[in-house]
Design a protein around this ligand. Sequence first.
Ligand code: GDP
Length: 439
Amino acid sequence: MFENLQDKLNTAFRTLKGKDRISDINVAATTKEVRRALVDADVNFKVAKDITDRIKDKAIDRKILISVEPGQMFVKIVQEELTELMGGKAESINIKGDPAVVLIAGLQGSGKTTFSGKLASMLKKQGRSVLLTACDVYRPAAIEQLKVLGEQIGVEVYAEPDNKNAVDIATNAMAYARKMGKKIVIVDTAGRLAVDEVMMQEVADIKAAVKPTEILFVVDSMTGQDAVNTAKTFNERLNFDGVVLTKLDGDARGGAALSIRQVVEKPIKFISTGEKMEALDAFYPDRMASRILGMGDVVSLVERAQQAFDEDEAKRINAKMRQNKFDFDDFLGQLQQIKKMGNVKDLIGMIPGMGSAMKDLDIDNDSFKPIEAIIQSMTKAERETPELIDGSRKKRIANGSGTSIQQVNNLIKQFDEMRRMMKKMNTMQAPAAMKKALR
Ligand code: GDP
């Protein structure tokens, strides 16, 4: 999902790569590219303009942390704004009532029946007693489809195949649910290929008859800007509570997800990413934003860095690196900072593209232990001037730290390499340099 948007945004961010400051000029160029990418992905132009204006202001205002690359900081700002655009926090559905009634509305083929089944299945797994109700009286196959789904997930389906009055069916389903002690009734309604008055009136009548606790509007995300317009029409008539975006598995553009919330001012509550009953997720704006940005979870990584890194310490280390005076004490200090950021394996998983590649590797914070022990077994003079460490000192350090001479040699070698590297690119940040050296 969102592949095209992802590619374009990545291209946009490339202008900031390797820069050590965010300047007005590169921010303007990057936000322009971001805006173009959003519009290409079907995001409403005004929405795209508003969000990129905010991104620009934030990027210029924000103090750039010395330990975070400007490119990453910019991506984080875009992520925050996309999250806000999609509603900020996740919103649940109201299933309080006796029974609670969830009314499902939308155009034909949008995925209402499939979603009704998925929602029923999800609620059943939470231990709730659910009744599905087939109110699509125009498409005989619709009743059958819901029955098949119901059987598959083990949820009872209420239907009256010979009754053509959807309002009656819904009302009867309510009485049946009360009699059977069902706690949630999901009402799947009829849709037409396009918005039409008869259909709208029927859904409105069902709404009046069953007084839903939650009305969900289901929309096919592949329909792009039309999805936004359909949402508007349904909302004017039904004043729905939430949106279900379907077929996100097939949509490389995904602009509907970004504009719908802004345009109808109703939250997206679920996303559907396939035909299988399991392919339903609650909608989390922040996770979706990360997904759109193809970020792994750089956001959490930056947040943790913000929490863990001490600006003054980072500046001090930077200065030492520039003077090529980075020593084993600094190395130890940096290790401690990385550890403060959390579990090393988690951190690696947040690096885009690394998560899946590294997930089976056995790395934990203990990996640092021998390194720390070796450094701690050095004298102050040895830490400051590693050149002092000759054969007999190595032996003493290995003994003192419970490691082998080979481990001591390896660390000193890596440290030397790291210092050489720092000399070459003395603007590089210490943690990044260390990660490289530790590989
Ligand atoms: P309704 O007319 O609104 O009830 O729509 P249906 O539930 O019958 O769905 C229409 C078609 O879209 C069916 O073939 C579904 O299997 C398919 N469908 C529904 N949701 C999704 C989804 O999230 N992804 C994909 N790929 N197909 C879906």
